[in-house]
Design a protein around this ligand. Sequence first.
Ligand SMILES: Cc1cc2nc3c(=O)[nH]c(=O)nc-3n(C[C@H](O)[C@H](O)[C@H](O)COP(=O)(O)O)c2cc1C
Length: 177
Amino acid sequence: MELHEAIRSVRPCRSFLPRPVPADALRRVIDSARLAATGSDQQPWRFIVVQDEERKRKVAQAVTRGGFLNLAPVLVVALGVEEAAPALVGGYMMSYPLEVAASIQNLALTAAAEGLGACWCTDFREQKLRELFHLPEGIRVVGVIPLGYPDPATPTNGSSPGRMGFSEIVSFESSPW
Ligand SMILES: Cc1cc2nc3c(=O)[nH]c(=O)nc-3n(C[C@H](O)[C@H](O)[C@H](O)COP(=O)(O)O)c2cc1C
């Protein structure tokens, strides 16, 4: 899939076929996450790939309205490493969530190029995931991402009214406020 087309067409996928993701495709998807840019090249991320059914079920249980995660053959738990990104953005905000976000967008776009669907879920109870994976202090869960072949029979796009228009969000030379 061509990049512009992918950016314009990719939507979260919440329904998956019971078809395994080939190891080489999965590798390319995860590898693209690793290649996102980070401040001072700190790479404050780690990714747990979950394919074991019982483990997936436990991860899905930690996500509110996460029942659909059980349908996906792969779950990726994206982690942020706080101490690897201590610099503040503009002096007020930690950078690791931004960097992990960029990695997740890479992952979602590469998944689309592989014919796969993904959905970045943040509605999880972090403590449950911390316990499940024995995460040490300073490691934070930023997202749980189901991956798999979309089920074309089931619409999964939710009820989004669509994106705001260009002129609604972009101003030239001066602030919109
Ligand atoms: C940071 C972030 C968190 C999200 N969390 C969830 C989530 O917990 N569960 C879910 O089903 N979708 C989640 N989504 C997907 C959004 O609901 C979806 O992108 C939005 O509704 C727009 O839908 P559309 O792309 O189909 O227009 C999340 C997306 C982002 C970027």
